[in-house]
Design a binder for this molecule. Sequence first.
Ligand code: SF4
Length: 133
Amino acid sequence: MRGHGELVFRALVKALRRDEDPKNLPGLDYRDTWTGEVVSNGLAPIPHPDRLPDFPYHRVAMPRYVRRTFLGTRTLSHHSSYGCPFLCNFCAVVMNMVNGRWYAQSAERTAWVVHHLVEHWGANAVEFAASKR
Ligand code: SF4
């Protein structure tokens, strides 16, 4: 996977499950079995975090991720955005990954996630990982 892999990885798994050839998926690099050359399909479009599905928290052992921090006794984290609106010329990641953009979930979506973490997993603090990839 090159760049954002959220949608590309899902498309790859779907294609493999259906026994389809995934070679044309944008965002995928692979080694050609005949030539041995690495083939790059280029970067996939960057998905806006508001259009990504909710994390399937019920599929992981959430109690393992609840921890005590300076914020609270039951802290969970949420990755609410990515990118950066600045274009510092020494920064190695921003231009390559998001081209000087900052993509954030809406306030409503973020509030819904926090509500979910409190109601279902007993969080009393949420650490936001608004990362710059
Ligand atoms: S991530 Fe930091 S260093 Fe990079 S462009 Fe943004 S503010 Fe500048």
